[in-house]
Design a protein around this ligand. Sequence first.
Ligand code: SF4
Length: 489
Amino acid sequence: MLYDLVSCPHRVAMDLFANPSERDAPNPFIQLLWEKGSLFENQVIEGLEVPFTDLSLEAGDEKERLTLEAMQRGDFLIYSGRIQAAGLLGDPDLLRREGDGYLAGDIKSGSGEEGPEDHSRPKKHYAVQLALYTDILERKGLSAGRRAFVWDINGEEVVYDFEELQGKRNPRTLWQDYQACLGEAKSIVDQASKTLAAYSSVCKLCHWYTACTSRLVNADDLTLIPQLGRTNRDTLMNRFPTILSLAESDPANFVVGKKTAFPGIGPATLEKFHARAQLITAGDQAKPYLREPITLPGAELELFFDIEVDPMRDVCYLHGFIERHHRNNETERFVAFFADEPTAEAERQAFEEAWCYLRERQSCVMYYYSKYERTIYRKLREKYPDVCTEEELEALFDPQRSVDLYYDVVLKATEWPTRDFSIKTLASYLGFAWRDPHPSGAASIEWFHRWVETGDATIRQRILDYNEDDCRATRVLRDGIDGLALKPR
Ligand code: SF4
């Protein structure tokens, strides 16, 4: 419950109180994550070289009784226990004795921390789970301290210290975050507070997607304005309960000096959301536009680039390019470099082949959508430094020859009458249709998993077709942006 609450409090309320018949069918990618999680946990446990108490075949009250017994005996390591105190219930994967008490741990088939390597930090959704176990241990007088650990996909033990301040810009402890989440969860369970759906990127993988989006559309909810989000909606909604009411307002009436009447929302941001609300409510008249003039670089050869990555296996398995000459769509050709196996050798080979392809096309202009491609290429270069130098890689992504259509163009200079700015949404708006009925990056990862398991060539082709369409969608968007007019002043 706490894990879900971190990404969406409404999800907790829906899971507890909504009509289950409104749930969407389980998402295959989420199912795959669960399967991979259990598989990884089994592998870790099978590989343990220390004796441990295994309670994985027990359930319910009996599991809880045996967990307590094992801790009272002082067993060193307890796998799959169950602990409970003061209405709090936890199923820690591990309980490890330290001195007179126990520390809780979870086995995670993801990295134990997030963010860039030099600034990695604990994951909040892991932290709240682990803090709950620690809280229960404390209440039972069995805690060895306000710490816990994650055994992660990289074979690392990552320590979560709940009393450490998270940083200068966030002088709070994880324990304080946990207390806040616990208070919010209790209030939802007791129905003392009401949650509201809020449209965000996490909705697309949630089993309440259909139910929530239909309610949001009926309510003309502000979170259907791109990038507005739950926090801003909650701040604005007393004054602007709908998109239409925001569109019909005059934002100047709410500006006081350099601030607005809404905490955390400056005049420029309010103006931006107001303009988006006007565009969304313009009906048939709604047309995307440029906020400022932009010039996209011209070149005889253009490449539209997209990669596919399996984050669970940490493998980049596909580099896809649509190449086009003289801006003539008749000349389009799809070129792909595929890692047929989820191994370092196959990944390296696909990266090297893609790199050779790019090196032979030095004079092209390359388009991609978001910083992801550049981030993954930097990681691949560090992993396989013999393929190319850092200078060569940075030259490839030099803004003179590479354009991040998302950050440098769409976000910086355009407006669209859509609820988000994903490539799927914008290219679809421009009339492009993916051949696959369920196109998504998450689906592609699930297909890759099935391709690896089965070797079924039709699945491999499905992945390639999906990637080709993503590349082509980037081209459609690039041309669509060319046709946008400046907003009349
Ligand atoms: S669809 Fe979105 S708003 Fe609704 S419960 Fe899921 S994550 Fe929350």
